[in-house]
Write a protein that binds this ligand. Structure first.
Ligand code: AMP
Ligand code: ZN
Length: 437
């Protein structure tokens, strides 16, 4: 029999019990944080000298927020709260600019994380006997190695393929009859676009599920992946500062991502006023990790925009759900004064069946004005030499975009396979305006 939950007691406990557990774990985390000079100073400044000063969950609001810059300043060892000889692993953020942010884990910390990844895999119906092809990058990035251990613990056969090498991925998928894959959504679409070229058809595979995450993607992209491959795709959210994957994961109901509240304390705040927002309102996700000794991080401003979905999920899990990540506070584009999130553009174009699997957004300066260019590939059967057909499609894309983002972009249509593809996270936006955003 396949279990519905990995850890029934924790996953289905009532809210009162969950909050008691959160407080207990928060106190332990604060006690650890006080061992680091950074948090000692921060916490003392608001009158928290020991974990005992945290009497109830609302007391958490006294703690100042932690930012990415704080973590950078602490590089390399400033936030290590365990003895160095007790630390068994480190990871670093995949940020391409500036000093990376580093986190450490003891063996107990790793075991806690593994429990969560196993829980997440069970929540999407994975089980012993599944063949798990992990196409996320292994390395300092947490995406690959994070789910690896959870999958093994569950008893799945793990193929640690890592990212890239599409030809080999497809061959592995066929020869070893992979049933579950883990990849970025953009890579799933790319993989599909390469099937024919490498001589495969869908009937060569036994694939049932894709776990997709590490980058923003719309519901339309999920549906595209599901339709193209004939599988279920589930959203997986995490960030290296909070261990990595399995901070929040969709369950089989596909009705938002359960943020594992026994392990992470979440708040949604207005990104400008930093005031807490009610359920249903979109704001910046702020997280505290409750299950890591070696690097405690309190009230971390993730810069990710989401909302808490009101009500309980029909799967019976207590952890509240967050909505699909809308974008990051730092990826909003301002085009001639109008705020545009790349996710709004994706939503519109991916709804159109003629649009293919890849797209890119360019922003340029022309004189004093900003120019928004949306480059999309079209489906293989759609691309035509008939300029009239292509112009009509372009016009429809422009009209649909204008209805959503209120400005008219220039649209360029490209043949399938022409736009650049990344091995890791997709780079969807190229802003060539320099500092003038
Ligand atoms: P990293 O720390 O390098 O793993 O990057 C973490 C960031 O990737 C998050 O803060 C999000 O901005 C993004 N991310 C991860 N998973 C998702 C997801 N499922 N949907 C949208 N963005 C995601
Ligand atoms: Zn659920």
């Amino acid at each position: 029999m396949i279990d519905l939950y990995q850890d029934t007691e924790i996953e289905t406990m009532d809210r009162e019990a969950l909050e008691a557990l959160q407080l207990l774990r928060y106190k332990r985390t604060v006690a650890n944080a006080l061992k680091t000079p950074f948090y000692k100073k921060r916490l003392n400044s608001v009158g928290i000298k020991s974990a005992k000063d945290l009497k109830s969950l609302p007391d958490i609001k006294k703690i100042p927020f932690t930012t990415k810059e704080d973590l950078r300043e602490a590089y390399p060892f400033g936030l290590m709260a365990s003895k160095k000889e007790d630390v068994v692993r480190m990871h670093a953020s995949s940020g391409t600019t500036g000093t990376p942010t580093v986190i450490y884990q003891t063996q107990e910390d790793l075991d806690n994380w593994t429990n969560l990844t196993t829980r997440s895999l069970v929540s999407v119906g994975c089980h012993k006997g599944d063949i798990f092809q992990n196409m996320m990058t292994y390395g300092l990035f947490t995406g690959g190695i994070g789910l690896h251990y959870g999958a093994e613990k569950l008893g799945m056969l793990v193929i640690p393929a890592s990212s890239g090498n599409t030809k080999r991925q497809l061959q592995l998928m066929k020869d070893f009859e992979s049933t579950v894959v883990h990849a970025t959504p953009s890579y799933m679409l790319y993989l599909y676009s390469k099937l024919e070229e490498y001589g495969y058809t869908l009937s060569d595979f036994k694939l049932k599920k894709a776990l997709v995450g590490a980058e923003p993607h719309s519901e339309e992209i999920r549906q595209k992946i599901e339709k193209l491959f004939g599988i279920d795709a589930y959203n997986s959210y995490g960030l290296s500062e909070m261990n990595g994957p399995s901070v929040a994961f969709e369950c089989e109901k596909k009705a938002g991502m359960h943020l594992w509240e026994d392990s992470y304390y979440m708040e949604i705040v207005d990104e400008d006023t930093l005031k807490e927002l009610p359920d249903g309102k979109t704001g910046e996700l702020v997280l505290s990790i409750l299950i890591r000794n070696a690097t405690p991080i309190l009230r971390y401003r993730t810069r990710d925009l989401t909302s808490i979905i009101p009500g309980q999920c029909s799967c019976g899990r207590i952890s509240r759900r967050i909505s699909r990540i809308k974008g990051r506070t730092d990826d909003m584009l301002i085009i001639n004064g109008v705020n545009v999130f790349p996710s709004q553009i994706e939503e519109v174009i991916m709804k159109m069946p003629e649009v293919g699997t890849n797209y890119r957004i360019l922003v340029k300066k022309e004189g004093l004005l900003d120019r928004l260019i949306v480059q999309t590939e079209v489906g293989p059967s759609i691309f035509s030499d008939d300029a009239r057909d292509m112009n009509a499609l372009k016009k429809r894309i422009i009209d649909n975009l204008r209805a959503s983002i209120t400005i008219s972009p220039t649209v360029e249509l490209h043949e399938p396979g022409v736009l650049p593809v990344q091995e890791g996270k997709a780079i969807r936006v190229v802003d060539e305006r320099g500092g003038s955003k």
